[in-house]
Design a protein around this ligand. Structure first.
Ligand code: NAD
Length: 305
């Protein structure tokens, strides 16, 4: 029998993820602060609750897709501070044995804090951030990067498979978040570097497409050149050829880079390239935070916007 699922957070990512679970035949009760968001899911066949507890009532599995660590803490831990223990939030109201899966991108330390409190209450917690963007969420082809116990991972996998294609077990609590921000730090560095290289060529008279084709068949080849070229009209169907609309917001890239920098500082790992990318994105988002992250191209060439 399929477990009943409570789903909390129905934004750009959460709504299509929840819809894919409904399509797969799971019974879903949903909650979001926004009534527009819950209405969309009600039309797709979900039950709507007016609190996180309501969404979780009678559910064996709870999934959340919230903006940042503070929202995840507020839902699961309530008003307890970082130094305290003893949840006054959703965790305290769940029956023992409930499986909780948080797919928000948050600091590993925040995920471990929730996992610790859950553990004390006999609740299994997984951090399961995703890669693949809104396109992947709609198509059900997300990559899930999971941290937590092997037993909880085995229980979660069939459910995550309805929303994603590649489901990785990265390690213990927090490992999913660490792997996710390592990847996104590298992506930020590669996107900023690719934009810089293309600009150098263009400023020296090269055509952006000719240069991109050359680098794509040479040792500078990377994901941005392959599928997400930051220079307008080099590729079809990418944000740079559509006014940098849609895609992955520069604000979210900056959030992830800051998480990577916090994690590097906490653990004494050097991250000078990540620090430079964070600096570049921080400057860029003051004006263009709501544009796709490949718009970092405009830092070199404002005519692309
Ligand atoms: P979003 O802002 O579109 O959605 C967040 C939703 O959470 C909103 O509907 C909001 O009303 C709801 N919410 C906030 N606080 C709440 C609370 N206390 N209780 C209930 N609902 C609450 O964000 P998103 O784009 O869906 O991203 C969600 C997470 O996924 C973020 O951590 C983001 O970094 C990560 N992510 C996003 C993408 C992307 O391309 N958008 C890709 C990978 C990962």
């Amino acid at each position: 029998d399929k477990p009943k699922i409570g789903f909390i957070g129905l934004g750009n990512m959460g709504a299509p993820m929840a819809e894919n679970l409904l399509k797969a035949g799971y019974a879903l009760t949903v909650y979001d602060l926004s009534a527009d968001a819950t209405q969309r899911l009600q039309q797709a066949g979900a039950n709507v609750a007016d609190s996180p507890e309501g969404a979780a009532a009678g559910a064996q599995v709870v999934i959340s897709m919230l903006p940042a660590g503070k929202h995840v803490h507020s839902v699961y831990l309530g008003d307890m501070s970082a130094e305290q223990s003893g949840s006054t939030g959703l965790l305290a109201k769940l029956p023992k044995g409930t499986l909780v899966i948080d797919s928000s991108t948050i600091a590993a330390a925040d995920a471990r804090k929730v996992a610790d409190e859950a553990g004390k209450l006999g609740i299994e917690f997984l951090d399961a951030p995703v890669s693949g963007g809104t396109g992947g969420a709609i198509a059900g082809t997300l990559t899930f990067i999971v941290g937590g116990s092997a037993e909880a991972f085995a229980k979660a996998k069939p459910i995550l498979s309805m929303m994603g294609k590649n489901i990785f077990h990265a390690g213990d609590h927090g490992a999913g978040q660490v792997a996710k921000i390592c990847n996104n730090m590298m992506l930020g560095i590669l996107m900023a570097g690719t934009a810089e290289a293309i600009n150098l060529g263009v400023k020296n008279g090269l055509d952006a497409k000719v240069l991109s084709d050359i680098m794509l068949q040479s040792s500078g080849r990377n994901w941005a050149l392959e599928v997400y070229n930051p220079y307008p009209q080099v590729m079809e169907n990418v944000p740079s050829s559509n006014g940098y609309k849609g895609g992955f917001m520069a604000n979210l890239m900056q959030k992830d880079l800051n998480l990577a920098m916090d994690t590097a500082k906490d653990t004494g790992a050097k991250a000078p390239m990540g620090a430079k990318a964070t600096e570049l994105y921080s400057a860029h988002v003051t004006e263009h935070g709501d544009k796709d992250f490949s718009s970092i191209m405009a830092l070199h060439d404002s005519s692309v916007l």
